[in-house]
Design a binder for this molecule. Structure first.
Ligand SMILES: Cc1cc2nc3c(=O)[nH]c(=O)nc-3n(C[C@H](O)[C@H](O)[C@H](O)COP(=O)(O)O)c2cc1C
Length: 327
C-alpha cells in the first residue's frame, strides 16, 4: 500500500494534489465533485482586493479602485456577479460538504482596509487563507525594494487580522528571487505557492491588436517550479506547493522530489475534468511501487539543490553546451 499523504500548511493531506484557485473551485458543487474524485485540498476561486474595497466603500465612491477604465467595469461586473456574501457562503457550504482543507483566496496588490476581511473568512470556517500577491513591477516610480516591501507589509497586516494559516502565491518577478522567497518564508506564514500564472499579452497580427495569450499552461512551464523549488526548498521556513504546468502524476512526483510538499493544479482539471485526480494518483503509485518506495516522505526533497550530486544543473542558466547546435 503506497502512502501518498503529505503535510501542507499544517494540514494532513491524504495526497498532495490540491485544486488550485480557479473557475474549477467557484461553486460548492464543483468543490464537492473534486472531493469525491479524491483531491487533497481545495483553494477556492479568489476574491479580489478591489471587490472587497468596493463593497466596503458601498460600490464606487472615489478611491483608487475606480481608476481602472475598462478594468473597473469588469470589476464592477464581477463584484455584482460574485458578491462577498456569496463567497462567505461558498466557504461555509463547502465546509459542510467536504472533509478536506478548504482554503480561501484573495488576489491582492496593496495594503488597505480590505485586510480586515480576513476575519470574516475565518469566521465563515475556512481552514486557511491563500494570498495571491502580485504587484506588477511596471512603474518606474517604485524601486524593487519598495515593491518587495509591499509584499511583506500585506502579509504582516493580514496576519494581524486572522490566526488562520496563511499561504502566499507568488510570481517570478523578483530581482533577488531566492533571497526574497527565503526571507518571506520566515514571516508568520505556513505555505508558499510557486508560481502563479497570469493573463499575459499577445499580439494578433491579423487585427494588429493586443490580445490575451493562452489561458491554460503547457507542461514545459513547470521547469520554473522545478528550478526554484529545488533551489530553495532546503532553506525555506514554510511548506511549498508547486503550481504551473503540472498535468499528470509524474509531474507531481518531480515537484515532490525537488522539495515541494504539494502541488496545485488548474489546467489539467479544466482539460481532463476532476477524474484526472485519480489518474494522477495511480501514476504516482505505479512509479513509486516500481521504484520500491512506499511513502512520499521517502522521496520528498531527494533531488533538492543540497542533495544532488551536480547542483550546477540547477544553477547553470546559459546554453553553453548548445551554443554550437541543438543536437
Ligand atoms: C481560468 C483560470 C482562472 C484562474 N483564477 C485564479 C484565481 O482566481 N486566483 C488565483 O490565485 N489563481 C487563479 N488561476 C491560476 C491557477 O490557480 C494556477 O495557479 C495556474 O493556472 C497554474 O496552474 P496550471 O498550470 O495547473 O493551470 C486561474 C487559472 C485559470 C486557468
Amino acid at each position: 500500500m503506497i502512502d501518498l499523504s503529505t503535510k501542507y500548511m499544517g494540514f494532513d493531506l491524504k495526497n498532495p494534489i490540491i485544486a488550485a484557485s480557479s473557475g474549477m473551485t467557484d461553486t460548492v458543487h464543483k468543490v464537492k465533485n473534486l472531493y469525491i474524485n479524491g483531491v487533497g485540498a481545495v483553494v477556492l476561486k479568489s476574491l479580489f482586493e478591489e471587490q472587497i474595497m468596493m463593497e466596503i466603500d458601498a460600490l464606487a465612491t472615489s478611491n483608487i479602485y475606480n481608476n481602472y477604465g475598462d478594468a473597473d467595469d469588469y470589476i464592477s461586473y464581477y463584484t455584482r456577479k460574485h458578491n462577498i456574501d456569496n463567497y462567505l457562503r461558498l466557504i461555509e457550504e463547502s465546509k459542510t460538504e467536504v472533509d478536506i482543507p478548504v482554503i480561501a483566496s484573495i488576489n491582492c496588490f496593496s495594503i488597505g482596509r480590505w485586510v480586515s476581511f480576513a476575519e470574516r473568512i475565518e469566521a465563515a470556517g475556512a481552514d486557511g487563507l491563500e494570498l495571491n500577491l502580485f504587484v506588477l513591477p511596471g512603474d518606474q516610480k517604485f524601486s524593487s525594494t519598495e515593491i518587495e516591501e509591499t509584499y511583506f507589509d500585506i502579509i504582516q497586516s493580514i496576519r494581524k487580522n486572522t490566526r488562520l494559516p496563511i499561504a502566499v502565491k507568488l510570481s517570478t518577478y523578483f530581482t533577488g528571487m531566492a533571497d526574497t522567497l527565503i526571507k518571506m518564508s520566515h514571516e508568520d506564514i505556513s505555505g508558499m505557492v510557486l508560481f502563479n500564472r497570469f493573463y499575459s499579452p499577445d499580439v494578433d497580427l491579423e487585427m494588429e491588436e493586443i490580445v490575451s495569450s493562452k489561458i491554460f499552461s503547457l507542461p514545459e512551464e513547470n521547469s520554473n517550479c522545478i528550478r526554484w523549488i529545488g533551489m530553495i526548498s532546503d532553506k525555506v521556513n514554510c511548506d511549498l506547493a508547486a503550481s504551473t504546468g503540472i498535468m499528470n502524476g509524474y509531474d507531481v512526483l518531480k515537484n515532490i522530489l525537488v522539495g515541494a510538499n504539494a502541488v496545485q493544479v488548474a489546467t489539467t482539471l479544466y482539460k481532463n475534468t476532476a477524474k484526472q485526480i485519480n489518474v494522477m494518483k495511480q501514476q504516482m503509485e505505479s512509479w513509486m511501487s516500481q521504484k520500491g518506495y512506499s511513502s512520499l516522505n521517502e522521496i520528498k526533497g531527494k533531488l533538492s539543490l543540497k542533495k544532488v550530486e551536480k547542483p550546477m544543473i540547477y544553477e547553470r542558466a546559459q546554453f553553453m553546451k548548445y551554443f554550437g547546435s541543438a543536437e
